[in-house]
Design a protein around this ligand. Sequence first.
Ligand SMILES: C[S@@+](CC[C@H](N)C(=O)[O-])C[C@H]1O[C@@H](n2cnc3c(N)ncnc32)[C@H](O)[C@@H]1O
Length: 259
Amino acid sequence: MPETVSFDRAAEFYDETRGFPAGEEGKIAEVIAQTGNLHSASRVLEVGVGTGRIALPLAERVRLLAGVDISSAMLRRLRSKPGSAHVVTAQASADALPLPAGQFDCAVAVHVFHLIPTWKQVIAELARTLRPGARLVHCWSRQDAVTRQLWDVWRATIPDDHVMNVGVAWEDNETFLPAMGWEAITEVVEHRYAHDLAPAVFLDRLRRRVWSQTWRLSDAQIERGAATLEAFIKATYADPDAPMRVTSGFLAQAYMRPG
Ligand SMILES: C[S@@+](CC[C@H](N)C(=O)[O-])C[C@H]1O[C@@H](n2cnc3c(N)ncnc32)[C@H](O)[C@@H]1O
């Protein structure tokens, strides 16, 4: 079985490389609040809470926000931020939640199921800790077209079994919960947002192993992919350092557990 993906190594640069443009956090919290049917009395659990990118703006809207993560460094980052007193944190694996049954009105999982080999056990734990009638809001992303193309060029140089998707495959994001018997109770809601992207910055982040997809690769694999990508970027963009305005999407869908 593939190992758990520790984000300890990413805690220092996670926000800088995954943050939303200023002003988007509140809109994303609103999408989750709407799909999760959240209000000021709601008790919410986020699994894979990380540095609180999602939890902190959400916590302002609900009675309780409990965040669980396996990485102590990511949780430390969260606790260093303003507003973190509104998030109750626990270091634990989402497949063995140190929480009583039937406590939460909503669970939130953002960019996490692809990282956990025991994702079916995570789903069982969410079913156990949600109260009857509660919702699970699952969120993932739609990459902008430029980023997608850069990833495709790089990925073509890497053996499939070496990338870090050890859990749910990206293409199964809309089907894995229904396949486990969960009922979709909303459509997929997409919040689109514009941001700047320079191909040279993407290449530099790849070389610096910013993204978890690169963490299992050897230095030689990283450099081979980076060299291929560098050649592609030089041939495609007149000024690889010039930021382009691109549009990405944050997607959310709410479910109810089986039975
Ligand atoms: C891509 S980050 C997402 C963080 C946050 N949800 C966000 O969107 O900013 C994935 C997080 O899941 C955590 N994680 C990975 N495996 C986990 C597990 N088995 N149990 C709990 N958290 C886990 C990582 O430590 C990391 O903080």
